[in-house]
Every structure is written in structure tokens, then in C-alpha cells.
Design a protein around this ligand. Structure first.
Ligand SMILES: [Ca+2]
Ligand SMILES: [Ca+2]
Length: 249
């Protein structure tokens, strides 16, 4: 006679639609071939993409660490799917079910299992390609464009907006400690509020589908003479973002 209320209470803690939108972007990051299912082929493709983006050698400390963290992630996820689901496919439902179990009562990344917790500092290192221990606006824009796949002009504008939110208008450095807190907000935040929606730079595309985006800086306005080698490898995005940020766009 008294079992129904507890079931209702559990349902109230299930993922909100905003959390599902955010978590789908996280899923898409790992779904390197884009077929809406995670498997070891995605792991191989993602590692190639990361090494190409970061210029880490596969046998470097960073490359090996990234390989190990990501490999464990894919292994655990596929093992879970083997155990819990017929066919063993890690599709979005499995992903949402996982977070539905983990997030109720979760206060921060420290409450997550280690194989998920270790992904966050790995992501931070990938974004921080200048290796100075803080993420800057140029790095964020590069990540949005090259690793998330946003169009260049969208990536630049989103990085400017996101950086302001994630640093409280530049008041704080976006170091690993700040990034982990924002990542926790990305996972745990049940509403639109908070800087966590900028982790993958994409959230606004879903909640504001008719948003008019700022036009990209014209090619003629960009002085590319001082671009360093690393910026050239990533395209001219660094300099363009800096110009837009400085001009207050
Ligand atoms: Ca896939
Ligand atoms: Ca940096």
C-alpha cells in the first residue's frame, strides 16, 4: 500500500530535457563516426582525431595517458551494454540510463566513478593546447571548431560568450579546478542556468533554434602576417577570435 510514493520520487529525479540535450553532446563527442552508437571503432577514430588536434605523439606521456583514459571509458561502456542490454550496443538510451543512475544525489565530479572522472582533466589537456595550465578564448574556439565540429564563425562567437560566462567576465582563470567545477555544472545542472552549457559550445543551438548568429570577420580584415606555426595548423581562428574579443563583439 505504501510503495507508490517512492517510485514517484525517483521519477522526479530523472534527467531533465536540458540535461539530455547536454549529455547528447557529450555522447556525440565520443561517437566519432556519428552513427549514434559507441564502440571500439569510435575509440580508434577519436584517438586519431585527438592526436592530430593536439600534435601529441602516440608514445608521449600525454598521448599514452589519453589513450588509457579513453580506452577504459569505451571498454567500461561496451561492457555495461553487453551486460545490461540485448545486443551490447551503447546507444543514447544506455547513455541516458547510466546518467540517470549516477546523477541523482551527485554533488560534484568526486561522486562519479573514476573511469568517468578522469575524462575531465583529459578534456582540459586537449583544449589547453598551449600547455600553460589555463584555457583561453582562442583555445576554446579551436576546440569548438575542430573537435566539436561547430562552423568557424559560430565557434568564435560561442567561445567569446562561453569564456565570459566561464570566467565571470574574465575575473577568474579557467584552470583545471575551475573547469572541473563548470564540468560538474554541465552534468548536474537541471536548468539553463550556469556556465556548464558552454562545455561543448553547442547548447544554445538547441534551446534557441532560430538564433541569428554574428557574421564572421571578413577575410580582408584579418592580418595573418604574425600567425605562429601552431595557429596556422589550426587555421586562422586564433587571431580572428582575438580581434573579435578585443573589439567587444
Ligand atoms: Ca559510433
Ligand atoms: Ca592554454
Amino acid at each position: 500500500m505504501t510503495s507508490l510514493p517512492s517510485k514517484k520520487k525517483m521519477a522526479d529525479q530523472s534527467l531533465t530535457k536540458f540535461q539530455k540535450i547536454k549529455l547528447e553532446y557529450y555522447f556525440n563527442f565520443f561517437d566519432a563516426d556519428g552513427n549514434k552508437s559507441l564502440d571500439m571503432n569510435d575509440f580508434k577514430l577519436l584517438m586519431e582525431k585527438i592526436l592530430d588536434y593536439t600534435s601529441w605523439e602516440s608514445d608521449s606521456i600525454e598521448g599514452k595517458e589519453c589513450y588509457e583514459v579513453c580506452h577504459v571509458f569505451y571498454e567500461v561502456m561496451t561492457d555495461k551494454a553487453e551486460r545490461d542490454q540485448a545486443g551490447g550496443k551503447v546507444e543514447l538510451k544506455v547513455w541516458f540510463d547510466l546518467w540517470n543512475k549516477l546523477l541523482p544525489g551527485c554533488k560534484g565530479l568526486g561522486n562519479l566513478p573514476i573511469w568517468l572522472r578522469r575524462l575531465t582533466p583529459t578534456l582540459f589537456k586537449i583544449i589547453d593546447y598551449k600547455e600553460d595550465g589555463v584555457i583561453d578564448i582562442e583555445e576554446l574556439a579551436c576546440f569548438y571548431q575542430k573537435m566539436v565540429g561547430l562552423p568557424e564563425d559560430v565557434a568564435q562567437k560561442r567561445a567569446i560568450d562561453g569564456f565570459k560566462q566561464m570566467t565571470d567576465n574574465g575575473r577568474y582563470n579557467l584552470d583545471i579546478h575551475g573547469y572541473e567545477q563548470i564540468f560538474a555544472n554541465f552534468l548536474i545542472g537541471r536548468t539553463l542556468l550556469g556556465p556548464g552549457r558552454y562545455i561543448f559550445g553547442c547548447f544554445e543551438d538547441k534551446v534557441e533554434p532560430f538564433q541569428i548568429l554574428q557574421p564572421a570577420v571578413e577575410e580582408d580584415d584579418v592580418d595573418t602576417s604574425n600567425l605562429k606555426k601552431s595557429a596556422q595548423r589550426r587555421g586562422s581562428i586564433d587571431l580572428r577570435v582575438k580581434m573579435k574579443y578585443n573589439s567587444g563583439v
